[in-house]
Design a binder for this molecule. Structure first.
Ligand code: FES
Ligand SMILES: [Fe+2]
Length: 325
């Protein structure tokens, strides 16, 4: 199995929901690297999930009164910088802690009720989701999913419009409205955006039935996606934060915010988006090769309908190389 592209380590990625940490340290995996994530001293911390003594998972351990993490095997105790500060098999007043007794610690940040981690110095900020802090929007997290698919395949599906009437007929598009008009493509300081106008369908309830709505999508490398659908009486934002667990596994959280007329309850909104996500999962988990081909001579592309996807492949290739995104 190929390894994940090392350049991906230089970006912020979500690794957990903040509320997962309430019960103590948790284990999570980012780009094939196992991490232990915990809250200590009011801040979130992430360390390699591997005790330097005998390779036990620190995520199976616990926090002591000083907010240090204690290995469950022989009790070696690590502070939030990853340095070992206590070895119980040595006398308390004669601790001889080897200087190599430490585990890697990673940068963390909290945004949108999620924990973000960058494994190396980040080359871009945490992806933008301005509606989250905007009180005009009523925003909920509809859920969390894990797919057996690459994060790049996931993003490309999210920016692919021509599948909507085929995979989500009646839900996201009229099954008869299969023709794709050229997109307005735009460079942004964080990536690119594209927009289109289309008629809403009944079940989607973004606008009124058949209303002409505008949808604008923002993409930030490597795996962030945000959509704003503007109708006469309702703006809907959808933000997806993708955790690239490994080459062929992605975990993601979806947020949906509404400004203006709200026709759906939280449960209805969640049920609608869950249905859409399940329809997409069936397709994306079965695409081959599992990794998105970043050499644009691979697969076949259409000039109009696949323009956002091509833009994404070109930019991702420029950022991480053409091999293993
Ligand atoms: S394996 Fe962690 S303390 Fe021994
Ligand atoms: Fe879809």
């Amino acid at each position: 199995m190929s390894a994940v592209s090392p350049e991906l380590r230089n970006y912020w990625h979500p690794v957990a929901a903040v509320d997962e940490l309430n019960g103590g340290p948790i284990r999570t995996t980012l780009l094939d690297e196992d991490l232990v994530v915990f809250r200590s001293g009011g801040r979130v911390h992430a360390l390699a999930d591997l005790c330097i003594h005998r390779g036990t998972r620190l995520s199976m351990g616990s926090l002591n009164a000083d907010g240090c993490i204690v290995c469950p095997y022989h009790g070696w105790t690590y502070d939030t910088s990853g340095k070992c500060v206590r070895i119980p098999s040595q006398p308390a007043d004669a601790q001889r802690i080897p200087s190599q007794a430490k585990v890697p610690a990673y940068r963390t940040a909290e945004h949108y009720s999620l924990v973000y981690v960058a494994l190396e110095e980040p080359v871009a900020p945490v992806p933008e989701f301005p509606e989250y802090a905007n009180d005009d929007f009523y925003t909920i997290r509809t859920g969390e999913w894990t797919w057996n698919a690459s994060a790049a395949r996931f993003v490309e599906n999210a920016i692919d419009t021509s599948h909507l009437p085929i995979v989500h007929p009646g839900l996201l598009a009229d099954p008869a409205a299969t023709v794709i008009a050229p997109f307005d493509m735009e460079d942004t300081d964080r990536g690119f955006a594209f927009s289109a106008r289309r008629h809403d369908v009944d079940e989607a309830m973004f606008g009124n039935a058949d209303e002409l709505v505008t949808q604008k999508t923002w993409v930030e490398l490597p795996f962030s996606w945000r959509l704003l659908i503007t109708a006469e009486t309702l703006d809907t934002v959808v933000f997806i934060a993708n955790q690239p667990v490994s080459l062929d596994k992605v975990r993601f959280w979806e947020f949906v915010g509404q400004k203006g007329r709200r026709a759906q309850t939280d449960e209805e909104l969640t049920a609608f988006h869950t249905k859409v996500i399940e329809q997409d999962r069936m397709i994306v988990e079965n695409q081959r090769p599992e990794m998105l081909p970043l050499d644009i001579t691979a697969e076949l592309h259409l000039k109009v309908a696949d323009e956002p996807a091509l833009e994404y492949r070109r930019r991702l290739a420029a950022a991480v190389g053409t091999e293993f995104a």
